[in-house]
Design a protein around this ligand. Sequence first.
Ligand code: HEC
Length: 136
Amino acid sequence: MIRNQNFPKKPFRSFLKFLILVLLLNNCSSENETPKKEPPPPPAVTVPFPEAMYVQNGCASCHGMEGNGRGTRTALLANLRIPNFQDKSTYIYGSTKEAIAKTIKNGVPGTYMKAYSHMRKVEIDAVAEYIQKMQK
Ligand code: HEC
C-alpha cells in the first residue's frame, strides 16, 4: 500500500496553523485580563468598649449579661452569694463607680471574684461605669 505523503492536505494544514495561532493569541490576552472584582467585605461588627471589656474579661460568665448573677457559670456559683448588679442593696463592697472599680482591681480574696489588677485603669473605669448603668 502506498502511503499518502500529502496528508494532511494543504488547506487543512494552513487551517491548523491558523487555529494554533488563534489559541496562542487567545491565551495571551486572557493572562492580561484584569482579575474579577472581589465582593466588598462585610461591615465590621463593633461592640461598645465597656461591654466588650465586660464580656472579654469573663465578668458576664459569672455575673450575667444583665448583671443579675445569671451567667453561664451558674453551676460553679450555685450555692454561693453572687451580687445582683441591678439591685443596689445586694452590693457588699459599695455600689458607687469608685467602689466598684476598687473591687474589680483588688478582687474579693477567698472568693471566685479575682483581682483584675492586670486591667488598665481606663478599662476598669469603663466596666465600673457599665455596671453602674445596670442599677435600677
Ligand atoms: C468566676 C466568677 C466571677 C467572675 C469571672 C467575676 N466575678 Fe465578680 N464576683 C463574683 C462573686 C462570687 C462575687 C461575690 C464575692 C463575695 O461574696 O464577696 C463577685 C463580686 C463582684 C463585685 C462586688 C459586688 C458587691 O457585693 O459589692 C463586683 C463589683 C464584681 N464582682 C465585678 C466583676 C467584674 C467587673 C468582673 C470582670 C472583670 C467580675 N466581677 C468577674 C464572681 C465573679
